[in-house]
Design a protein around this ligand. Structure first.
Ligand code: ADP
Length: 451
């Protein structure tokens, strides 16, 4: 991708935390001026200090600030921003917001509202993928209309199964059912929970895999119809279905499975007319059969491992694609990369640990990248997610990457709040992790070993 004149003069970043900082960095390298938005509790946050301009969009509650569409659009208009980058979370997968940006004459840096709403309805997305020849997790085709229909599907696919909210995300709105007698209750409560959390009662049913691997493919596509796959990320180290540590390449995949998955992911992206950066998520069993679960139509938290492994800036690519530039260079993977998510949480109970960071020293040195928004004195608010920073290390091979991550985390000093660093150090010392033998049930086993 050749950079001549800046693709935009000014971009508003509709987010906070480390991803807002990350996007500002990309804009600076492209010669683009930046506008931060902030809530009253984020007045002194790093993204506000780093941006050229900043606009307060409301009080700490996210519905009144970071999800407040009228205030954000007004901020873009007042500052004459040409484009909005939504980051992840908040409004990033809100088709209505993308549409409003278009009608306000502001470029939404992401896919079309149609692609967002199609893939945001997970039951519909799965049905489309199935039609396109993408292998999907066995289960209902589309949303399940009634409990009776759900029961028929349950009889077909057997137990355990999982009931998911069609509009769900972030690991919420999922119910695992182990036997027939638990089905009715689970179905009804899943519907109610789906409605309360996402405003839609639609649910769908899937076979529940025991100990699968979560492997996802990074996709990049432009307005000229070029679609490329940029390798995989293994995100199987999870607790309560939330990712904790990610790596690329995946220790599970073989070159032939990788290229098959990439080919299928490209097909999936083409099927929904996808433009910009996106991720196709798969569950993979021990025999390396893979099944589509969902597509994320935004930049992912874990995107830096792909960036480091390929020496390629995905956020800059998103901006250039949104400005109509085409993808020219297809990068080649050059190393092994691991990311650890450092959350403000008790490392063993995962209860949030908000408060003030009284002292912080972040790691550095060869092969270490820190995507962070905090420093000594930062206040961690209970209103927002608990992600403080991401430590991303790259080595010539997996062993070097693991040694480097242990070294980096041992340098990391955080006082005043609890973090997930001790858990990460335990994972990195685990013999199964070192052998690359882990699945989504891994953290539970790590916890059991402690008891
Ligand atoms: P969300 O979008 O809410 O994060 P996903 O569909 O991406 O939900 O699933 C999140 C995680 O839940 C997966 O990475 C996996 O660990 C687990 N999961 C989802 N579907 C299944 C399934 N059918 N069988 C086993 N585990 C699953």
């Amino acid at each position: 991708m050749t950079i001549q004149t800046p693709p935009f003069q000014k971009i508003l970043i509709a987010n906070r935390g480390e991803i807002a900082v990350r996007i500002i960095r990309a804009c600076k390298e492209l010669g683009i001026r930046t506008v931060a938005i902030f809530s009253t509790s984020d007045r002194n946050a790093l993204h506000v200090q780093m941006a050229d301009e900043a606009v307060c969009v409301g009080p700490p509650e996210t519905n009144s600030s970071y999800r407040n569409i009228p205030n954000i659009i007004s901020a873009a208009e007042v500052t004459q921003s040409e484009a909005i980058h939504p980051g992840y979370g908040f409004l990033s997968e809100n088709a209505h917001f993308a549409e409003i940006c278009h009608s306000a004459g502001v470029v939404f840096i992401g896919p079309s509202p149609e692609s967002i709403s199609l893939m945001g309805d997970k039951a519909r997305a799965k049905a489309l993928m199935r039609e396109t020849g993408v292998p999907v997790v066995p289960g209902s085709i589309g949303a399940v209309a009634s409990e009776d229909e759900g029961m028929e599907i349950a009889d077909e696919i057997g137990f355990p199964l999982i009931i998911k909210a069609s509009a769900g995300g972030g690991g919420r709105g999922m119910r695992i059912v182990h036997a027939k007698d638990g089905f009715s209750n689970a179905f009804q409560s899943a519907q109610t929970e789906a409605y309360q959390a996402f405003g839609s009662r639609d649910v769908y049913i899937e076979k529940y895999f025991i100990g699968p691997h979560h492997v996802e493919i990074q996709i990049l596509s432009d307005h000229d119809g070029n679609v490329i796959a940029m390798g995989e990320r293994d995100c199987s180290v999870q607790r309560r279905h939330q990712k904790l540590l990610e790596e690329t390449p995946s220790p599970l995949l073989t070159p032939s499975v990788r290229s098959k998955m990439s080919e299928i992911a490209i097909r999936a992206a083409k099927a929904c007319g996808y433009v910009n950066a996106g991720t196709i998520e798969f569950l993979v069993d021990d025999k390396r059969n893979f099944y589509f679960i969902e597509m994320n139509t935004r930049i992912q938290v874990e995107h830096p491992i792909t960036e480091q492994a390929f020496n390629y800036d995905l956020v800059k690519a998103q901006i250039l694609i949104a400005a109509g530039r085409s993808i020219e260079d297809v990068p080649k993977s050059i190393g092994h990369t691991i990311e650890c998510r450092i959350n403000a949480e008790d490392p063993w109970t995962f209860t949030p640990s908000p408060g003030t960071i009284t002292r912080m020293i972040q790691p550095g040195g060869p092969g270490v990248r820190i995507d962070s928004w905090v420093t000594t004195g930062s206040v961690i608010s209970p209103h927002y997610d608990s992600l403080l920073s991401k430590v991303i290390v790259t080595g010539r091979n997996r062993d070097e990457a693991i040694a480097r991550m242990k070294r980096a985390l041992s340098e990391y000093l955080v006082e005043g709040i609890k973090t997930t660093i001790p858990l990460h150090l335990t994972i990195l010392d685990d013999p199964d992790f070192i052998k690359g033998k882990y699945d989504t049930g891994f953290i539970e086993k790590v916890m059991a070993k402690r008891e």
